[in-house]
Unconditional design. Structure first.
Lengths: 227, 412
């Protein structure tokens, strides 16, 4: 398997780190203000609050994978809204404008259901943020699926995030980098690409995602060996 | 040069250390000058104490300059500090003149090194005006504000913001602490140094010696709050919570901390705390000197549960320190404590002495929970709040500033 695979380009493992900045918008003190700010905020801001939560220094909260849902639950004390917002998977949308519309739809629906506007307690406003991501080459090259299997346990969470999560923003068809690389291979990788595409990564922490990738790829490699 | 990164690597792991080295590659040779107001004492000096050698070991040329001034200047900057935190101070012409004359004198001394630097990091308001006095700047200037300036005295803020508005960027510890300025504002949380006296591993002997020194029973559960004797830390609320236990679990309470010399209220609060603890031999009130880092380390490590029942708090690095020592924390539901204490994972957030008493009971009755939550707390700090993360974010910001702050930068 390895010999024929090596005719393809090697996979370069990259890593990334990000630095968070204020988005320059006024903070939201209530649900109406959250709606107004989301309707005009830059897409980088939406991306940050929906997608970069996993890579930012923060506690993994499996209940609420995005910042809007967390704020709705913890500060607005509106569990109904929080559950609805938490269920948004941003990677299912073709564009961030669609994601924005879907988010606003949920908030507007909730506002229409309530007789009052939920407010956050004093000092618990929502700050709109975005991030600058710096990507760099680790210098590690992978030639084969077996190499990928061997290297995965040593990859940082930044590498996992960049290649499997953030990649969907960069690649055609919203694929992860591993699948793009595997799809170009001359060996049969369809089953593995399919298995990777079925990982519901948005609701996993990076540590959990890394373990899931290790399990998936090692399962494939073992299967190949035993076949 | 003595290499220290390998020592950190043994704690943070090869991947995190390698990440630091890689982020620093494009910054090799960059001249970075940090300027603050003191070389000893205080959180900023503690940060620079580890940051400068680490930056140098990563290939940057980092140096640390300290403002020189007379007592009038430090009185003036103390006024700024208090005013930025929202206290009512009066900004007199005399205060401003003292400040501006001293910064001008420092600028004459520091101008060559500051104007040549690739990055100048100005810490807090004391050196802020140096920017205006270094007209031939070649590098990027960053204002690192360690203070909560969310609700400042308006006149003080107007004055200081006029000095920092033209910087290339500013850094705040939390979004809640930031204030709008005419340049990008970044958020970098503070961190702890795992190799410092306050946080490094201690032997059982060291810990036991400290307990013996302060007449603390080795065999009974220890509850501990480390903090200044300050009303915002609510030491009286902690005593109230402890008394609500009614002697259950045979626990002991330690309230230990220093008193800031510039805090006239500290002595009054200490007296109130001592009065509240009087007659209860299970409560140990300790006034420690400001350099008692190893004692604090030992007390935190000896504790069963750490309390930080603040009513108002900055980031709350004492919580970080406790969590690093494998302890669950019962913390006040405020400030940066909320970023660190997560109910049922790393401790409990509480709003009242009753809430604190309830959570103390829960933890003392479940030693298995103490262990599990302590392990989660330590791992959480390792991932997020050790100094390698703070350094990495500082380097990332420098790379971003050098390359124009595009959202997605690929290094060479």
């Amino acid at each position: 398997m390895t010999e024929s695979e090596n005719t393809n380009m090697p996979f370069r493992i990259k890593d990334c780190t990000l630095i968070v900045r204020m988005a320059g918008l006024r903070e939201a003190m209530n649900l109406r203000e959250l709606e107004e700010r989301i309707s005009t905020c830059p897409v980088e801001c939406l991306f940050h609050h929906f997608c970069e939560t996993v890579i930012r220094p923060t506690f993994d909260d499996p209940d609420y994978p995005n910042d809007f849902a967390q704020w709705a639950s913890r500060q607005l004390r509106d569990r109904v809204l929080a559950e609805r917002l938490a269920n948004i998977n941003p990677y299912k949308f073709l564009s961030f404008e669609e994601l924005r519309r879907a988010t606003l739809e949920i908030i507007q629906e909730r506002l229409s259901e309530l007789d009052y506007i939920p407010w956050a307690p004093n000092g618990n406003v929502f700050h709109f943020m975005q991030a600058v991501t710096v990507v760099y080459d680790t210098g590690i090259l992978i030639d084969s699926i077996k190499d990928l299997n061997d290297q995965l346990p040593y990859m940082s969470h930044g590498s996992i995030y960049y290649h499997f999560v953030e990649a969907r923003r960069r690649t055609e068809n919203g694929m992860d980098d591993f699948s793009v690389w595997l799809s170009d291979k001359k060996v049969e990788t369809e089953a593995l690409v399919k298995a990777l595409s079925e990982i519901d990564f948005y609701f996993l922490s990076l540590a959990e995602l890394k373990q899931t990738l290790i399990d998936t790829i090692s399962g494939f490699v073992m299967g190949e060996i035993y076949a | 040069m003595r290499r220290i990164l390998p020592k950190y690597e043994s704690i943070i792991g090869e991947v995190s250390a390698s990440k630091l080295r890689q982020v620093a590659v494009d910054l090799k040779g960059a001249r970075v000058v940090h300027v603050n107001s003191t070389r000893e004492g205080g959180g900023v000096a503690e940060i620079l104490f580890w940051m400068i050698p680490l930056m140098n070991e990563l290939g940057l040329e980092a140096s640390w300059e300290v403002m020189e001034g007379n007592p009038e200047y430090f009185t003036a900057t103390k006024s700024f500090h208090n005013g930025l935190q929202g206290n009512n101070v009066i900004l007199t012409d005399k205060i401003i003149k003292s400040y501006e004359d001293t910064v001008a004198a420092n600028a004459d001394r520091l101008r060559p090194v500051l104007e040549e630097a690739d990055f100048v990091v100005i810490h807090d308001p004391q050196p802020a005006m140096l920017y205006d006095l270094c007209p031939n700047r070649k590098g990027k200037w960053i204002w690192r504000c360690h203070i909560d300036v969310s609700k400042p005295n308006r006149k003080v803020w107007n004055y200081i913001s006029s000095k920092v508005d033209r910087y290339d960027a500013s850094i705040f510890s939390m979004p809640d602490f930031a204030r709008k300025l005419n340049h990008p504002q970044f958020i970098i949380a503070p961190s702890i140094d795992p190799l410092s006296d306050k946080n490094r591993e201690l032997s059982e002997n060291d810990i036991n010696r400290t307990l013996t020194e302060f007449n603390i029973d080795h065999d009974r559960p220890i509850l501990c709050q480390i903090s200044r004797f300050d009303r915002f830390k609510d030491p009286l609320g902690v005593i109230q919570a402890f008394k609500l236990l009614n002697g259950a679990f045979n626990a002991q309470l330690i309230l230990a901390g220093g008193g800031a010399t510039d805090d006239p209220e500290g002595a009054a609060v200490l007296e109130e705390v001592t009065d509240a603890a009087e007659g209860n031999e299970s409560i140990h009130v300790m006034m420690l000197p400001s350099d008692a880092h190893r004692t604090i380390n030992a007390l935190q490590r000896a504790s069963t549960v750490i309390i930080q029942k603040s009513l108002q708090e900055g980031f709350g690095l004492t919580v970080t320190e406790a969590m690093w020592k494998h302890k669950p924390v019962i913390g006040g539901n405020t400030g940066g404590i909320r970023l660190q204490v997560h109910n049922y994972h790393t401790g409990f957030l509480v709003n009242t002495p009753d809430g604190a008493a309830l959570r103390i009971r829960k933890l003392l009755s479940r030693p298995d929970l103490i262990d599990i939550m302590g392990a989660t707390a330590k791992e959480f700090v390792k991932e997020n709040y050790l100094c390698n993360r703070q350094l990495r974010e500082n380097l990332t910001l420098m790379l971003g500033l050098r390359r124009g702050l595009a959202n997605h930068l690929i290094t060479d």
